[in-house]
Design a protein. Structure first.
Length: 293
């Protein structure tokens, strides 16, 4: 895979705000997010389709795919932050012109349902993206110092990222970083979305009972490329579990069966405090630490 890293953001750059997934209907959150980013030294360009709506999505497929392409093609935009997740990204993956993404690499940030776009941008355009805070729950919602500092480290600095975790299964692993929201990853089954090289999987989710997490991990494990190329696993938060003991048993079993190192306890999450993780960069697990360069 020919991987392209976008140039890092710096003060004075223009950040575009788009809504490629679920309905965004909170102008106060938008205004607060804009104020925060402007105070940090950025210029802001907002999609004029940001408040579009079709059922539970932020406009129809043509509108949302068109705004993605428009903002990537816009030479005045240096990076893109999604307004929110929700649902809708998977409807776009076979509609987007990936040549536009490939020819105009830039920082692209989001998590949750945005995972589908990040994964396909990597697969079909080779673009490194970021599992990163968004407007609705982060920049427009009293973003924490922890989240902001981790965001800056990832998208504004070339220094390696180091995150400490708890070893569930020890060992060393190297590969590209790959993942995001587990349920959204599994929704991509049926298209070619997995890397053709070794990868370290990072995943998080919320409001999912353990048996569904079991089913999702099993579904991924039934894919030949997954089992062949999986080199390690990094677990973020799985919020609001129905049974923590079952979850711990499941993860221990998964680690044994896959025979790869597994780390737990990283702040990859829907919660207020979150780390920003690039998708598609060289990564390793070693001595209980997840390192990305």
């Amino acid at each position: 895979m020919n991987i392209v890293k976008p140039k890092k953001l710096q003060k004075g750059d223009t950040i575009g705000i788009i809504a490629p997934c679920g309905v965004f209907s909170d102008p106060e959150r938008l205004e607060k997010g804009i104020e925060f980013l402007e105070s940090a030294g950025f210029k802001i360009k907002v999609s004029d389709k940001l408040f579009a709506r079709e059922r539970y999505m932020a406009g129809n497929n043509d509108v949302r795919a068109g705004e993605i392409e428009k903002f990537f093609a816009d030479d005045d935009v240096d990076g893109i932050i999604c307004a929110r997740g929700g649902y809708g990204a998977i409807r776009l993956i076979n509609q987007i012109n990936y040549d536009i993404i490939r020819q105009n690499p830039k920082v692209f940030c989001g998590f949750s349902d945005v995972t589908a776009l990040s994964i396909m941008f990597l697969k079909r355009a080779g673009l490194v993206t970021y599992s990163a805070p968004m407007i609705n729950g982060d920049f427009g919602n009293d973003i924490s110092d922890f989240t902001w500092e981790n965001f800056k480290r990832a998208v504004m600095s070339d220094e390696p990222l180091f995150f400490d975790g708890k070893e569930i299964n020890g060992g060393k692993a190297e590969g590209i970083s790959f993942g995001g929201n587990l349920a959204t990853l599994v929704s991509l089954c049926g298209v070619d979305f997995l890397p053709d090289e070794g990868f370290i999987l990072f995943v998080e989710d919320l409001n999912e009972p353990v048996y569904k997490i079991d089913r999702m991990l099993t579904q991924l494990s039934n894919i030949e490329n997954f089992t062949r190329n999986l080199k390690g696993v990094v677990l973020g938060e799985f919020s609001d579990l129905d049974d923590i003991d079952y979850f711990e048993e499941l993860i221990a079993e998964f680690a044994r069966c896959r025979k790869v190192p597994v780390l737990n306890g990283l702040k990859i999450t829907h919660s207020h405090d979150k780390i920003t993780v690039p998708i598609g960069v060289p990564a390793r697990i070693e001595y209980g630490q997840f390192t990305l360069t």
